[in-house]
Design a protein around this ligand. Structure first.
Ligand SMILES: *Cc1c(COP(=O)(O)O)cnc(C)c1O
Length: 479
């Protein structure tokens, strides 16, 4: 007998029935007085009739139809899919953590202090002078940061129209700049995978509002010329925006603020510990230098007096306004706070060391072409087969595949980020899966995965028209 993930299709022994299909009882509910219209009432009701163990096993089996960080390594490059230690969940589950956002400020001084401390921690980690905790995701942080840059230029009487984004940047960078009303100028990468200074010099000008950059970049390469890059942008009157998705490569070692960045977002779910939000609830705090502080969203938290006896909310002088309700996603922020406080300076430095060591070790163990390097927290390997096929087959080996076909600078890209949480044994298991797949024949790879709940799905359609219930699935089958 072998064990496979459950399936929705009614084949083999793998079909996991709905609860009511397992066993159900029909209960008589007729004859009672009801104020509801007749067509909304019924005489009998069919309910699942199962024991607690049966119920638990059903949901446990369903939960195993997906692949998560609890199942094994998840080296999805740029996404930083790492395990969130459960103590952060414990902290968020404390009864005192559930505070209604409308409570009087006097009664939530502890909550405000904690938010204040998180602002301070993040400012220190990023080398930024002030931080807002409001944005609910990294992408929302980008949008907020670009709105701040826009407010800054407008306040200086400058009508700048362009934001420059390297062509290897995350799609959200282009979208955030466009949503803020800017023309997006795509910057081609240099031969070494980094920013080409000549191309940058040619691209900047009086219209440049900002350059958006992540460092290390999406190829896992540190932008060694970052101070020159900052000078080029600043000399043209533009601002330098830091996409913080890769900050776990630098934690406790280097700070965007010291590199010349003026505004940045933090992906707390990538760098610190909170679950990935799928668009939310997450958090993408934004840090800025002194000269941009007055434009931050409201409300921010500050001490009521120099002696630190109390905390209050306030609106920065030229605030761009609100970007989220209340103080942002409080419980997500609480988890990030707990993680930073628990690890401390030494722990954060250790996290970045391991993130970088793990990426370079794994890159050295796989039998693929790995252009560029040396790497920080991630690397991009090049597959000889179709990268998406390789990725699908890796699922059959019990590991999550890397990000595929991005960035485009690498042919059939496999963008791999093992993260700091994995040990050598797991990295070896990952390398084994990479190497086993590339040694297989094409027919096997092209039809993979064989052993998962869902086989090849139409990913674009699944994302654009998701059917999120089994009823929708049934309706579809009937068509
Ligand atoms: C994940 C990511 C983002 C967007 O962050 P979200 O929190 O997912 O909205 C932006 N840039 C890079 C490089 C990323 O990897």
């Amino acid at each position: 007998m072998r064990y496979d993930q459950a399936r929705w299709t009614e084949d083999e022994d793998r079909y996991e029935p709905l609860l009511a299909e397992k066993r159900s009882t029909t209960v008589d509910v007729g004859g009672t007085e009801s104020a509801l219209p007749e067509d909304l009432t019924r005489e009998s009701l069919t309910l699942p009739d199962l024991s607690e163990p049966e119920l638990t096993r059903h949901y446990t089996r369903l939960s195993a139809m997906n692949y998560g960080i609890e199942n094994g390594p998840f080296p999805l490059g740029s996404c930083t899919m790492k395990y969130n230690p459960s103590f952060t969940e414990d902290v968020a589950a404390l009864p005192s953590a559930s505070v209604h956002p409308d409570r009087s400020k006097a009664s939530v001084q502890g909550t405000l202090e904690l938010l204040y401390r998180l602002q301070e921690y993040l400012g220190r980690i990023g080398g930024m002078d002030a931080v807002t905790l409001q944005p609910p995701a990294g992408a929302a942080g980008e949008f907020t940061g670009i709105l701040i840059a826009k407010a800054y230029h407008e306040n200086n009487g400058n009508d700048r129209t362009e934001v420059i984004v390297p062509d290897s940047a995350h799609g959200t960078n282009f979208a955030s700049a466009a949503l803020a009303g800017y023309d997006v100028v795509s910057l081609p990468g240099g031969e070494d995978g980094r920013v080409d200074l000549d191309a940058l010099t040619a691209a900047v000008g009086d219209d440049t509002a900002a350059l958006m950059l992540t460092n290390p970049n999406t190829l896992g390469l540190f932008e060694r010329d970052i101070t020159e890059i900052a000078d080029i942008v600043h000399d043209a009157g533009g601002l330098l925006y830091y996409d913080g998705a890769n900050l776990n490569a630098l934690l406790g070692r280097a700070r965007p603020g010291d590199m010349g960045f003026d505004v940045m977002h933090y992906n707390v779910h990538k760098t610190f510990a909170t679950p990935h939000g799928g668009g939310g609830p997450g958090a993408g705090p934004v840090g800025v230098t002194e000269e941009l502080t007055e434009f931050l969203p409201e409300p921010r938290v500050r001490r009521t007096d120099e002696h630190g006896n109390g905390f209050e909310l306030f609106t920065p002088e030229r605030s761009i306004g609100r970007v989220h309700g209340y103080q942002g996603n409080w419980l997500v922020l609480l988890k990030a706070y707990a993680y930073i406080a628990r690890l401390g300076d030494v722990g954060l430095r250790d996290a970045s060391a391991k993130a970088v060591l793990n990426a370079n070790y794994l890159a050295s163990q796989i039998e693929y072409d790995v252009p560029f390097g040396p790497f920080h927290h991630e690397f991009v390997a090049s597959a000889t087969n179709d990268a998406a096929d390789i990725a699908k087959r890796m699922l059959d080996y019990g590991v999550h595949p890397p990000t595929t076909k991005w960035p485009e600078a690498v042919e059939q890209a496999l963008m791999t980020e093992p993260t700091e949480i994995e040990n050598r044994r797991t990295l070896d298991q990952l390398a084994k899966a990479f190497n086993a797949v590339t040694a297989e024949d094409e027919a096997m790879i092209e039809t993979a995965p064989q052993r998962t709940a869902a086989r090849r799905i139409d990913q674009a359609t699944a994302a654009r028209t998701p059917r999120l219930s089994w009823q929708a699935l049934d309706e579809h089958d009937e068509q």
